[in-house]
Design a protein around this ligand. Sequence first.
Ligand code: PLP
Length: 404
Amino acid sequence: MQNEPGRIAGRHFLQIPGPTNVPDRILRAIDNPTMDHRSPGFARLGQACLEGMKTIFRTERGRVFIYPASGTGAWEAALVNTLSPGDAVLMVETGHFASLWKRMADRLGLAPLLIETDWRVGADAAAGAIEARLAEDRARAIKAVCVVHNETSTGCTTDIPAIRRAIDAAGHPALLMVDTISSLASIDYRHDEWGVDVTVGGSQKGLMLPPGLSFNAVSEKAFAAQKTARLPRSFWSWDEQAGPNAAGYFPYTPATNLLYGLREAIAMLHEEGLERVFARHDRHAEATRRAVAAWGLETQCRVAKNHSSSLTAVRVPEGHSADRVRAVIRDAFDMSLGNGLSRLADRVFRIGHLGDFNDLTLMGTLAGVEMGLALAGVPHKEGGVAAAMAYLAAQAAPGIAKAA
Ligand SMILES: *Cc1c(COP(=O)(O)O)cnc(C)c1O
């Protein structure tokens, strides 16, 4: 077609905070014939995925459930398996994703109690308020505390142990539910050690897979809550999954080819080592913040200890359009950046630096942003790329010795 744009050479830079770039190794794993999901060979795959995901959630005592759904499905599974109509749930509105989870709770007939923030901090900024609300709740009407570990709309990460301590300090039995969709396999997370009851995950961010799988990691206490939980559930029922899962099977047709990819992703994460994966993300996030500071721009996250290692949301100066910056960068350099969501629409752009990502991916990304800021006429100082480069060179990747 004559009016179609011509071919664009080179790989698209997919630097949104999910879906992330899928490594070739995972694409090759997915690119296998679909198998019989009732066969013994499938059971080995199912077991490898269910057991492997425990090592990613860092749970030995808990169970893992895998759904052929986006992350939103696993949010719903967390709520409907444990709660009853009218149950109060305490939620912290750290940003767009926390507010969507709250909207889901409303629609399911729960009674969410919302603690608001300015969308520039993690939920641990509300730890005192959580403790106070739970301490006041003598009738134990609040059945769950729900927080987002890494708020993808703002680039703020929550200190989950601080939330656990707040619940324990109030001596309250509420379940702790945590959304790790954009932190799992990118930012340190420990389901058992941190006393989390339900952890929610998704495939298309730190796990380096395409969209289409989501996860619950479930404590014994949360699993037992099914006995009294009266919200209707069928597709999401943990009980329905648990039987077939015990032998590596699923109650309905699983996303077979995505599970090939998941098995490969788990192997790749362990080959690198989870600690090294987290350190890599921390290092790229710090380099990104140095670039933002050198540009003279501000991050949306305003508390140092809450800075996310999987993405950075950058505020554009008043009177300028973040969407225009993104459009210019997309058209000029074939790179996608994340947009501002709901109240941050057009106010921020988000740089994803998670998943299958290395120093040169970061340098390409930051160069695209710096050139894009200039092309879009956004006032900034030059030298962000240089500042990031200097940091990366000084903090050489583990295993790289610097010449004397
Ligand atoms: C991406 C994301 C979601 C939504 O997941 P979907 O896969 O789009 O349903 C929820 N919470 C957080 C923190 C996310 O980053």
